[in-house]
Design a protein around this ligand. Structure first.
Ligand code: LLP
Length: 438
């Protein structure tokens, strides 16, 4: 049976008035970001305790919209890109190549040109290191290791330890050194990233494991400990306190300096932390249905004009996002708070905003206040990995619009909704013979 997980909480930053205005101006579904919250998170991240200098890189895969990138750039946040395409997107958003690092599962073929431009690269496998060496012998390079431990909110978001292929296994230092020597590469950075939603207690261990790797590579000047800081999306869930996790990290850097005389610069690379709670998805209730009859096991359902196409995290990870209803009419209708399953607009039974984290077949109910067709529905905590991870055009739904509420309090359209023409733009006609035969 379902579990009523949350109360009908009010949306975090979107007031009812602003939500109605955004829908009236831009329609739904629409992602809405808040400039003031983005700025506050950037300032918090930039205060991370560091002994010998700090760079905060935004893991831009979390929310690659240009307006968001530009806002973070204004605060002095730099970039970690996860593909050559993201590197170019960051440059188009105004970042200088030397402010961008690339940590990708796929080393682009034009890596030589990117290095020439000044982009920093973290080689994430031995083959990538070889590719960098062939493209740019003598280059300065970062090396991403798997330090042997991982920690993530779910198995799917844990990218460290023996079950993860991400980064060069920490015991392969001899192979790393051989490749560096073979291509005269200079390893100036050691990088680790162990997962998303990492346990705050793990950072001390990650710092010491990563510093142990840096000890082996005398030209290393910078240690990047990745991202993964937790953000409490649901009521009662805590966000990682960066000052608390950072204190032992700083102490580890200081101890390393005292022992080796090497004062290493720190980089952190948050995605979620910077943007998750600074964004919401605004949708419209399309239908309210019920399977409650005389038998057991029935549910009430709320169906939205958005779904896994806009917010994939619940279906993929069983991730929980706060959901609340804003009634279309300013006067709240009579009716009670009840348990509802919130489902998406795709023809998939798994297209749910309310998936259980464990058993996928378990339906979670959310407490919602008398939802009715035409009401607004706010899915909070949708600033990270929602627009960026949108499953493009499934069921031929166009990509949703994106709006940023500026420091002026005004909602500005920063990405228009796709048109059907844009969805179809790259389809090509077949010659008649291909379909009619001879
Ligand atoms: N650095 C690297 C090399 C990464 O691969 C990632 C995330 C980050 C930094 C940022 O991690 P964060 O601070 O956002 O946890 N899509 C998932 C998580 C997978 C992210 C993959 N890499 C989610 O919706 O939570």
């Amino acid at each position: 049976p379902g579990i009523a997980a949350t109360s009908a909480s009010s949306p975090r930053f979107l007031s009812a008035e602003l939500a109605r205005r955004v829908r009236a101006e831009f329609g739904t579904p629409v992602y809405v970001y808040d400039a003031a919250l983005l700025s506050a998170q950037a300032r918090t991240a930039l205060a991370f305790p560091a002994a010998y200098g700090l760079t905060v890189r935004f893991a831009m895969k979390a929310c690659p919209n240009r307006a968001v990138l530009q806002l973070l750039r204004g605060h002095g946040v730099w970039i970690d890109a996860s593909s050559g395409y993201e590197v170019r997107r960051a440059i188009l958003a105004g970042f200088k190549p030397e402010q961008i690092s690339l940590s990708s599962q796929e080393m682009p073929d034009d890596i030589g040109a990117l290095l020439q431009m000044g982009v920093e690269v973290n080689a994430c496998s031995l083959a990538q290191l070889e590719k960098v060496g062939c493209a740019a012998p003598g280059a300065r390079v970062g090396v991403r290791f798997n330090p042997g431990v991982g920690s993530g909110g779910t198995g799917k978001t844990n990218v460290g330890g023996p079950s993860s292929s991400f980064g060069i296994w920490h015991e392969q230092m001899p192979q790393v050194k051989a490749l560096l020597a073979k291509h005269r590469l200079v390893a100036t950075r050691v990088h680790t990233h162990i997962g998303s939603g990492s346990d705050p207690a793990v950072w001390q261990q990650v710092a010491s494991l990563t510093l142990a790797l840096a000890r082996e590579l005398p030209a290393v000047e910078t240690v990047n400990l990745g991202g993964g800081y937790k953000v409490g999306r649901m009521p009662g869930e805590a966000s990682t306190d960066l000052a608390t996790v950072g204190a032992p990290v700083r102490a580890a850097f200081e101890a390393f300096a005292a022992e080796t005389g090497r004062r290493l610069r720190l980089e952190i690379e948050p995605g979620t932390f910077l943007v998750a709670n600074a964004g919401a998805l605004l949708a419209t209730v399309q239908d309210v249905t019920s399977t409650k009859g005389s038998g057991a096991g029935g549910h009430d359902f709320v169906k939205l004009d958005a779904g896994m196409t806009e917010v994939l995290r619940p279906s993929l990870y069983g991730a929980q996002h706060p959901i609340s209803i804003l009634h279309a009419a300013p006067a709240a209708p009579a009716g009670r708070v009840g348990g509802y399953i919130v489902s998406g607009h795709c023809c998939e039974s798994g297209d749910l905003f309310t998936c259980a984290p464990g058993e996928p077949e378990e339906l979670l109910e959310r407490a919602l206040h008398a939802p009715q067709i035409g009401d607004l529905c706010v899915v909070d905590g949708a600033g990270a990995y929602c627009a960026g991870m949108a499953t493009k055009n499934y069921n031929s739904f166009p990509e949703a619009a994106e709006v940023l509420v500026g420091l002026d309090g005004t909602p500005h359209l920063v990405r228009a909704r796709q048109s059907l023409e844009q969805v179809l733009a790259n389809e090509l006609p077949l010659p008649p013979a291909a379909v009619q035969g001879q």
